[in-house]
Design a protein around this ligand. Structure first.
Ligand code: CP3
Length: 354
């Protein structure tokens, strides 16, 4: 009684990425990039020349090899398991194809309320065994200083593929469904939360040290009122499930600059933001009791370094040296990004953050 327990240093991670997730001070500013394993890398293209996207994701060995490629080449502070947000939909009953030059297609998209009732809710151990095994292989390979991020799609972004059948510019099908069939919408979102929550927990169980939820399209489709009414309750349920994982969670979305506080309220230890909002403005909206990830415009990596450097410095200025900033792009790396630019960015962040 009366004495103060020393801080338990054994529970504090050493990896800069995990320290930033927990807003702990760190000697190094961590950087990783969404889509860091992808077509801009010749090593990736060499694997994809021989194997289809779904074959790579279905092979623990190929997926783990691709996950490690950008770690070896650039020295990122975190790896992200090579997979995609869409394959878990296959187990629910969707017919998914990655069409070359077009993008993902779902050939049996939802068109009426009763289609939702046909959807299965299987466990990830049955439907995504290769990804879970790849997580085990990668974590065995990576040291403690490069944590592995597991991920899944957020309910809205997955529902957009399930209803639109592919990418969309207007989101008219999903919005018409949401407004016209509120009961079926609730059943669909609830099934997606169950499947994605189970999948994310299984990834943490397999060794993922953090979990990122991608809501890539919600902010391009919905305003704050519709977000709060049709999406936020399900995001809240998903993040509540994830609290059992015992690892930090990252809640990423784009186009949500007008309602970042509502996105943050749904959950996530770290809030991932796009480049449309200045980082300091975004952090203010989210609250400084949360970590932030972002937010260089990925198109800037197509510019010469003299254009990139001041933009990167501006982001660092806006972060203000606070603990809890993870440097990233505001969205995924474009396939035509020069490898040398990525290398220069990683080195610059590591030198600047020292
Ligand atoms: O970030 C990483 O390095 C991990 C791998 C990863 C992929 N997809 C690989 C991929 C991650 C995290 C994703 C997430 C994903 N997939 C999202 C959310 C993030 C985002 O970018 O908004 C979304 C919306 C998808 C759906 C998806 N997958 C689309 C729209 C496409 C086609 C568009 C494109 O970029 O070609 C894919 C295919 C895909 N997923 C590729 C990769 C590397 C390209 C496939 C190829 O090799 O041809």
């Amino acid at each position: 009684m009366g004495h103060i327990e020393p801080a338990d240093s054994t529970t504090e991670p050493t990896a800069a990425f995990l320290r930033a997730c927990m807003r702990l001070p760190s000697p190094r500013l961590p950087i990783w990039l969404m889509r860091q394993a992808g077509r801009y890398m010749p090593e990736y293209r060499a694997v994809r020349k021989k194997h289809s996207m779904l074959d790579v994701i279905g092979s623990a060995e190929l997926a783990s090899e691709i996950t490690l490629q950008p770690i070896r080449v650039f020295g990122f502070d975190a790896a992200i398991i090579f997979a995609d947000i869409l394959p878990p939909l296959i187990g629910m009953g969707f017919d998914l194809e990655f069409v070359k030059g077009v993008g993902p297609r779902i050939h049996n998209a939802i068109s009426q309320a009763r289609d939702v009732d046909m959807l299965a809710v299987p466990p990830a151990t049955e439907t995504m065994p290769a990804t879970l095994e790849a997580i085990e292989l990668v974590t065995a390979e990576l040291g403690a200083n490069v944590p592995l991020i597991g991920f899944a799609g957020a309910p809205f972004t997955l529902a957009s593929y399930a209803i639109e059948g592919g990418g969309s510019k207007t989101y008219t099908r999903i919005k018409a469904f949401m407004y016209n069939e509120p009961a079926a919408w609730e059943r669909l979102m609830t099934k997606l939360v169950t499947v994605q929550g189970d999948y994310l927990l299984a990834q943490a169980e397999a060794g993922a040290a953090a979990l990122q939820v991608f809501d890539s399209w919600v902010g391009l489709a919905l305003n704050a009122d519709d977000y709060k009414r049709y999406v936020q309750p399900y995001d809240e349920k998903l993040f509540a499930m994830l609290s059992r994982a015992g690892v930090p969670t990252i809640h990423f979305s784009t186009g949500t600059g007008g309602y970042l506080a509502d996105v943050a309220a749904a959950g996530g230890d770290v809030i991932g933001v796009d480049w449309r909002v200045p980082l300091d403005v975004a952090w203010e909206a989210i609250g400084h009791d949360r970590a932030i990830q972002g937010n260089l415009d990925p198109a800037l990596l197509l510019a010469p370094w003299r254009e990139i450097e001041p933009r990167v410095k501006d982001i660092l200025d806006r972060a203000g040296g606070r603990s809890g900033h993870i440097f990233n792009l505001g969205h995924g790396v474009f396939p035509n990004t020069p490898v040398d630019t990525v290398r220069r960015l990683v080195d610059f962040i590591h030198e600047a953050g020292e």
